[in-house]
Design a protein. Structure first.
Length: 296
């Protein structure tokens, strides 16, 4: 970690796609010496004009690195290809490439075998959020905690940081879990707008306001589900039990048919709820449906 306010940790960045370029500009704006490499060299030119140093190969970038070597590439295969033939012994590798938990664990072992220290990261932001703390973007990190603390100040420049454990796959797991929940939310939003689509006298902007307010109010249910999963008592604090919700689902489906809307975005989850009730758990909340998806 930086201890001298006049010193800025040098950063080496491999990958200058939209996200990589946003990361680069954030570090440059904060005064960090920055070395960059990209498969297409032309993408580095604007950053060189802003103060970055461009190199021709990943091996040259890694060899000259005096701080973290940050990767923001297309996929895990691209990481392996970029680092193939580089000398990683003694280097600090921070992988911000989107990957799976299994890939993160394998890459951590791969780096360790080559004498490198390793952190994996999951970016919970889009490029316009990088370098703008007011947007709330952040990056999950997992792996070598000492390495995280050593470079925390530099890593926190582009976005907030959240360390989620020494298991290298946990950053990717948190990333994908949150994105999966977001995908389910978008499915619900899509279905909601499909329901009102035939009604030309409903103002879409006003409806969007109502929708976001309602979803925000309901999001707190995640805390209740977490508490039930921790305690094992899926009836704890239940206001609307599964039996009631399954009955109410009939109205949702009838309305979809009446509006000529395909309910396929809702029915898989409704089927989980119905199965749980059929197993004799109608007095529970939603936590019990987690077990029907496996993973335990």
């Amino acid at each position: 970690m930086d201890t001298n306010s006049s010193y800025r940790t040098p950063v080496t960045l491999l990958g200058l796609g939209d996200m990589g370029t946003a990361l680069a500009r954030a570090w440059l704006a904060a005064g960090h010496p920055l070395t960059v490499w990209n498969r297409t060299p032309g993408k580095a030119e604007p950053l060189v004009a802003e103060g970055a140093r461009a190199v021709a190969t990943p091996a040259e970038a890694v060899a000259s690195a005096a701080g973290p070597v940050v990767l923001c590439l297309l996929d895990d295969a691209s990481v392996g290809e970029a680092l193939s033939g580089t000398e990683l012994n003694g280097k600090d590798v921070v992988n911000l490439t989107t990957n799976t938990p299994a890939q993160a664990r394998q890459r951590a072992l791969w780096a360790e075998e080559r004498g490198a220290r390793f952190l994996d990261g999951g970016i919970m932001a889009v490029p316009p959020m990088i370098g703008r703390p007011e947007t709330g973007g952040y990056v999950f990190y997992s792996g070598d905690h000492e390495l995280f603390e050593r470079h925390r100040e530099a890593l926190a420049v582009p976005a907030g940081v959240k360390f989620v454990g020494g298991e290298p796959g946990h950053a990717a797991l948190h990333d994908v879990a949150l994105l999966s929940a977001m995908t389910g939310m978008f499915a619900g939003i899509t279905h909601a707008f499909a329901l009102i689509a035939p009604e030309k006298d409903i103002d879409r902007a006003r409806f969007a306001t109502l929708l976001t307010e309602w979803l925000g109010a309901m999001a707190g249910a995640a805390h209740g589900i977490a508490a039930q999963l921790e305690s094992g008592d899926y009836t704890e604090g239940v206001a609307s039990n599964l039996a009631m919700m399954v009955t109410g689902n009939g109205t949702l489906l009838d309305t979809a048919r009446g509006q000529s809307v395909d309910p396929r975005l809702l029915t898989p989850y409704m089927e989980l709820m119905r199965r749980r009730v059929a197993q004799g758990h109608g007095d529970e909340g939603l936590a019990g449906t987690v077990s029907l998806l496996g993973g335990e």
